[in-house]
Write a protein that binds this ligand. Structure first.
Ligand code: PLP
Length: 387
């Protein structure tokens, strides 16, 4: 029996010996949680994305919750989230009692656009829209100036849900903006879940250029506890209700070690993406890469292709199973969130044709820095055979 080649998941972490050593050193140090490593990770991260403030948090979902709390979003408010995203983008509005109005997406990029935001704003008319949550899906950067202009028009702010786009760059009006630099948004949110570009296991980061918002998010991360300057050493005060959304020192040590490798990870992701583009050309037009907007220079987190399954006389399930039989993992990003039972029960049926068209065709193929060039050949050959 010949040995089958290793299974290729759609994404996975890259943990190297020096990452392990960094964690071991943190384990031997004085703090397992809330020590100097947390601040060191924040300092390195904000320098990397060009933001003035960074707040390290327990996970990406908690960063979004903190952003909503820090902005004072609550009951009676509306947040606008694209339907094609992970659940957490919409859920963070519900955590604070706000309602979600789902925006449609461009069917070929999966991104919320000024057009789809304008449509969502029309549906939200007469209500208090506080935040718009663009998702840089797959790693491609949304039209931030276009979205911000519309948000400004109704007195709302942007909160970028950016876990896919660490290392991506959006060029607007001739200026290159690393995602997370906060040029157009009140907050940008990142996750370090193992499939994301950097891994800490669980972990997240909020960036902002607003000192007051940063201070509020920081306080709410630690129960809302504050130590007024000059007070007795044991004294703390809780002016408002916070949470325990701390990230341990041990994980921040891993984060610092990983962050130092970001450029290398990004370079490899881009090289693999270019290789995919070249190899997938043979399967066009039935299979094609999701569209990148002109201003976006993505460090793709997800290599998502759009497949016209019906025209090919097959189904996504058949393709997923045929790939799996050849050791190739795949995933669907995402089931439109407005179709989740919780949101359907709350808001009724919604017609978002862009999200449905995206969902009908999308399939995410393996992409992570430790893939070999030959793995891309293996994936594309398996896909060609499956079709
Ligand atoms: C991963 C992810 C989150 C949540 O991050 P966690 O760290 O898993 O809580 C939120 N939004 C998007 C778009 C994500 O990809």
């Amino acid at each position: 029996m010949s040995e089958s080649p290793p299974f290729l998941p759609y994404g996975r972490q890259t943990i190297e010996d020096d990452d392990v050593a960094a964690v071991a050193a943190a384990l031997r140090a004085d703090f397992l949680t809330t020590g100097p490593t947390v601040e060191a990770f924040e300092t390195a991260f904000k320098a990397k994305v060009g933001a003035e403030h960074a707040i390290a948090v327990a996970n990406g979902t908690a960063t979004l919750h903190l952003a909503m709390l820090a902005l004072g979003v609550g009951e009676g408010d509306v947040c606008i989230a694209p339907s094609v995203t992970f659940l957490a983008t919409a859920n963070c509005a519900r955590y604070v009692g706000a309602e979600v109005v789902f925006a449609d997406v461009d069917p070929d990029s999966g991104l919320m656009t000024p057009d789809t935001l304008a449509d969502a704003l029309k549906r939200a008319e007469g209500r208090r829209v506080r935040a718009v949550l663009p998702v840089h899906l797959r790693g491609d950067v949304c039209d931030l100036p276009g979205l911000k202009a519309l948000a400004d028009g109704v007195g709302a702010v942007l909160v970028e849900d950016a876990p896919h786009a660490l290392g991506s760059i959006g060029t607007f009006d001739g200026v290159a903006h690393p995602v997370g630099d906060g040029a157009y948004s009140s907050f940008a949110s990142f996750s370090f879940h193992p499939v994301k570009t950097l891994a800490t296991g669980e972990g997240g980061m909020l960036t902002t250029n607003d000192a007051a918002l940063a201070a509020r998010a920081r306080s709410l991360r630690g129960h809302g506890m504050q130590r007024p300057p000059g007070a007795e050493p044991w004294w703390y005060e809780m002016p408002e209700l916070g949470f325990n959304y701390r990230i341990p020192d041990v994980l921040c040590a891993l984060g610092i070690s990983q962050l130092a490798k970001l450029d290398r990870f990004v370079t490899r992701r881009k090289a693999l993406t270019a290789l995919y583009a070249e190899k997938l050309a043979s399967l066009a037009p039935a299979v094609r890469l999701a569209t990148s907007p002109a201003w976006s220079d993505p460090a793709l987190h997800l290599l998502t292709v759009l497949i016209d399954f019906e025209a090919l006389g097959t189904t996504r399930l058949a393709v997923v199973e045929a790939l799996k039989a050849k050791g190739v993992g795949s995933q669907v990003h995402y089931i439109p969130v407005h179709r989740q039972p919780y949101y359907q029960a709350r808001y009724g049926a919604l017609d978002l044709p862009g999200a449905d068209a995206w969902y009908a065709r999308c399939l995410t193929l393996p992409l992570y820095p430790t893939m070999a060039d030959g793995d891309v050949d293996r994936v594309v050959e398996a896909l060609a055979a499956a079709l």
